[in-house]
Structures are given as C-alpha cells and as structure tokens.
Design a protein around this ligand. Sequence first.
Ligand code: BDR
Ligand code: CA
Length: 316
Amino acid sequence: VHKVIFDTDPGVDDAMALYFALAHSEIDVVGITCTFGNVTVAQATANALYLTRLAGREIPVAEGGALPLMKAAGKPPGFIHGDDGLGNLTSRLQHSAKAESVSAAEFIVNMARQYPGEITLVAVGPLVNLALALKLEPQLPSLIKQVVLMAGTVIEPGNVSPVAEANVWNDPHAADLVFTAGWKLAMVGLDVTHRVVMSASYFAGLAQHHQQHIAMTTLSHAVNFYSDFYQQARPDLGHACFCHDILAFVYLVAPELFETMDGRVRVQLDGMGNGQTMMDRHGGGLVYAQSGWGSEQPEARVCLKVNAPACLQLIE
Ligand code: BDR
Ligand code: CA
C-alpha cells in the first residue's frame, strides 16, 4: 500500500484524482497539502476539507503556498474550474473541520521524518509546497520514497503556452528545484494526459453506477462545468475533458500502462519559453556537457505514451 501525501489545488481533475485515490485499496492518503493554482490556496484548502468530509474521510489537510516562489502571481482560471474550483457549486455540505496548524511544507517534512523512506508525494498543482519543504529539510529526498508529478510536457504542445504546462508555468522556479532535488521522481505530463479523453457519456455511465455515493452529485456538477470549458477550447474532443491529475495516481498503481524514458529535466525560468520542461532525450555525453547538461544531474522517469483504454477501465 502506498502511503501518499497528495499535494493539490482542487480543481475539478484534482477532485477526480482525490476520489480515485480514496477508492483505491493500494493507496492510503495520509495527508493533503494545498497550493494556489486552479484557485487561491484558501479556496483549495476549503475544497480539500469539503471533498474529504463529503466522502466521510477525516484526512489531515494542510494549507500551503499562496504565491509562486519568485514569479508574480497570476489570476486563477475561473473559466476552467469555476470560481470555486468545483464548477461553481450552488450548495455545500456544512462541516466543522479545520486545516492543520502547520504549513503544507512543515506537514510534508514532519511526515517524512516520522515515516522515513515510506512516503510518496503525489503532486498535481504548482510545486511551491515541495520546493518549500526542500528548503526546510535539505535531506528530504533521502526521506521520501518517491515523487509522482502531474506536470510538464516534452513533445505534446503546452496548455498555457506553446511549450508550457500549467502547473510548471505557474511556478517554474519551484518546479526546477523539484526536478533537480535528486529523489526518485516520475513525471506524468501532457504527453500522456492529453491521450486520455474522458467523454461526458463515459462519465455519465460512471456517475450512474456510483449514484448512491453522496460525493457523486458534486463531482458530476464539477465535471460537467469542466467539460463545457473543453467543448469550447477543444471542439475536436466533443463534450469531454482531460482528467490530468488522476493519471498521476494511475501511474502510481499501474506503471505498466505507461511507456517511459529516463532523462534529466530542467525548467525554463523566463521569457517566452517560461515554464517549458526541457528533457535530455539524447543522454548527455560530450556534446551536451559543454552547454551545462552534464550527466551528474539527477534523472526523472518521464511518461511519453499511455494505454488510454486501460486507464479508463481502471478509473471506472
Ligand atoms: C494541470 O493544471 C491544472 O489546471 C489541472 O488541475 C492539472 O493539474 C493540467 O495542466
Ligand atoms: Ca491540479
């Protein structure tokens, strides 16, 4: 069983990912750390508390970074996830749960020290919390079992610019720290998340099957809002959406559904290429060493292809 801290900015696909994780017998979510991104960090924290309590789960939630490490803050994309991150819900279950008294970065460090070598970080938002945790505890990479990111893209075009994926673009400095920290790291980016299309009819079938679950009304509402956005942005998909963040968990439990390549990943920190994840697919060596891509930098395992039907089946 994977002991997971879920770092997230819920977010519709984040909510889907959370419920996938809570439902999966091989995943034990021991904490949720929240970041700005799809919504403000305060809203992300409120959403994580709401979604867990709605599902009847008392999982600790810690609030994290409100701003990128160095970049100026942007405006949350209300047109994609709704102003509340969950498709503008009209009502919410009332509960009295509160966030932890420690920050997200402190929570990560405390858990890593308490369970050395056991914790997996699944991070599906901008990476400020992981970056702050690394600053707080430089030994963190040796205390953490592995890191799985929904972040970046290598060959597939970006979703905020021609070369950048949103989570990396939102905090490129944090992402670069995370990619170079030296821990066991897998990147699940747009190269694979753009291959797994969740049609509205697929989701309706899933919702029908689980209609007795109290969280389904919230999730269906959110997914509908999100799919309406995609119908405008990507008419070629029909009424459907990408379910990016779930795939980080799918990779965790079923890595055999992905084709991967190992290589160094660095992040472009400014200019028009801001937030681009640059991967060395050549393997360094003499030629690249002269440009600073020496082979001593840590490698990431990058997902490049995916068995989409098998993913959808697993999610169902
Ligand atoms: C990522 O950006 C967010 O909008 C999604 O939740 C996902 O984590 C996709 O680029
Ligand atoms: Ca996300």
